[in-house]
Design a protein around this ligand. Structure first.
Ligand code: GDP
Length: 439
């Protein structure tokens, strides 16, 4: 999963470029109660090559002083976390001192950078370009994000740096038999502490020298006779030098690992309780269809009585309604309390996440569910589903063949999902339904 970050001063057109590039792709919009709507991340493709696009802008600071600080943070974040950077400048403003400073940082950062001058909306603006060559950069793309000019050329160059689809699929294939686990959560919830605790149980580490490079390192390990792979252990251990962007940093880290894991352990700080940032990261995991186990860490720091667990569970399920089926476990990465029990949960969640239901059983169950509560427009007629079949696992996905897919109302889909979850034993994992026109 290649991360491409757009960096640039406020108002140079970062969001416009972001929107243009992500137009036809599904932007990751966390549209769940309690989570702020966020359009800064999108999974995109360019001629079949996939990448995740990030607009590092976020907010536009008021004074020039904060702009520079914010710009430096943004740039450091991109250098640390992105694989490829698009540095965007503004042709109308000309080359500014801030641009020159950022270019210097980018050069030192050693990542692949593409330079683009925006707002070159037609031939009459072409005179804007020469001064940018003072930067000493060999190729500067003139583009108009708003009018879509020069975008193809920029992306043609950039996509040459994106991996071809087949390569990454091959990589994933090698560790097919291991359950792939990611640790996600905001900074300081205890991800690296938990990682160390887990690997501390390990007697025979299959690969004894993980974490020697900065790039993603996965650590295989065994516990109780089962084989696992911890995704991006280098990323978990790595402490960011960035202060202001730490929150964003954990979102990018989650984005990078969620594509590659089966099960995400979402850490929540017991002392703080569940926060907006937790909700946001959980929302990403949900959008990506991952199975999630909610790990409430630092349980040792909480003063407890009979109602404490119940209160936490209610609070979490309330904030994370969209994944209220995810199991919750209370641990202390520090003392090790209940840490090994995470693996019993992982086993059960993984079993459900990879369960295949036979078409016969599935159709019998769907019949029962539908006849109990037929969709409103089908009260009198035969029910609308000709045929249902499971089309994939991880997450379990069921295709409903139906006369008019558009007629299935969102709330009825909800009913189907909840009933199927119960009837088929998918009690801890997300399931998905797709409605297809019957042939
Ligand atoms: P990360 O940023 O998510 O990797 O968090 P760290 O693993 O670096 O932990 C952040 C801080 O929380 C460190 O000072 C840890 O010692 C502390 N910490 C982590 N887990 C626990 C826990 O279960 N109990 C207590 N009391 N402290 C913890």
């Amino acid at each position: 999963n290649t991360i491409v970050a757009i960096v640039g001063r406020p108002n140079v057109g970062k969001s416009t470029l972001f929107n243009r590039l992500s137009q036809k792709s599904k932007a990751i919009v966390i549209d769940v109660p309690g989570a702020t709507r966020d359009r800064n991340y999108a999974d995109c493709t360019w001629h079949g090559r996939r990448y995740t696009l990030i607009d590092t802008g976020g907010f536009e600071p008021a004074s020039t002083e904060t702009i520079l600080i914010q710009m430096r943070e943004q740039t450091h974040l991109a250098i640390e976390e992105a694989d490829i950077i698009i540095f965007l400048m503004d042709g109308r403003d000309g080359l500014t001192p801030a641009d020159i400073e950022i270019v210097q940082l980018l050069r030192e950062g050693g990542k692949k950078v593409f330079y683009a001058v925006n707002k070159v909306d037609g031939p009459r603006h072409e005179g804007l370009l020469p001064e940018f060559y003072r930067l000493g950069v060999s190729r500067i793309h003139d583009i108009s994000a708003q009018h879509g000019l020069g975008i193809d050329e920029l992306m043609e160059d950039l996509s040459a740096c994106l991996p071809e689809e087949a390569a990454s699929a091959g990589e994933e294939g090698e560790e097919e038999d291991r359950i792939r686990i990611a640790l996600i959560g905001k900074p300081n919830v205890g991800k690296s502490s938990l990682l160390n605790k887990i690997l501390g149980y390990e007697r025979t580490i299959a690969n004894p020298t993980p974490g020697t490079t900065r790039d993603a390192i996965d650590t295989p390990f065994e516990f109780d006779g089962h084989r696992y792979l911890l995704i991006d252990t280098a990323g978990i251990r790595k402490k960011s030098r960035i202060s202001l962007s730490l929150e964003k940093y954990s979102v990018i880290q989650a984005l990078k690992t969620l594509d590659r894991c089966d099960i995400a352990l979402l850490l929540i700080d017991a002392e703080e309780g569940i926060t907006d940032q937790d909700t946001k990261i959980a929302g990403l995991a949900f959008e990506k269809g991952r199975a999630v186990i909610i790990v409430v860490n630092k349980w040792d720091l909480v003063a407890k009585d009979n109602s404490t667990v119940g209160r936490y569970v209610r609070d979490i399920k309330d904030r994370l309604k969209f994944m209220d089926f995810s199991p919750i476990i209370f641990v202390s990465a520090l003392s090790g309390q209940r840490v090994t029990r995470i693996f019993a949960l992982v086993q059960e969640v993984y079993r459900q996440y990879t369960t295949r239901i036979s078409t016969g059983e599935l159709n019998r169950k769907v019949m029962e569910i539908v006849s109990k509560n037929p969709p409103p427009q089908y009260q009198q007629k035969a029910h609308p589903f000709n045929y249902v079949t499971q089309v994939s696992i991880k997450p379990p996905t069921f295709a409903f063949f139906v006369g008019k897919p558009a007629e299935i109302h969102f709330s009825y889909e909800r009913y189907l999902i909840n009933s199927l979850r119960e009837a088929l034993g998918f009690t801890t994992v997300p399931i998905r339904l797709v409605f297809r026109r019957k042939h």
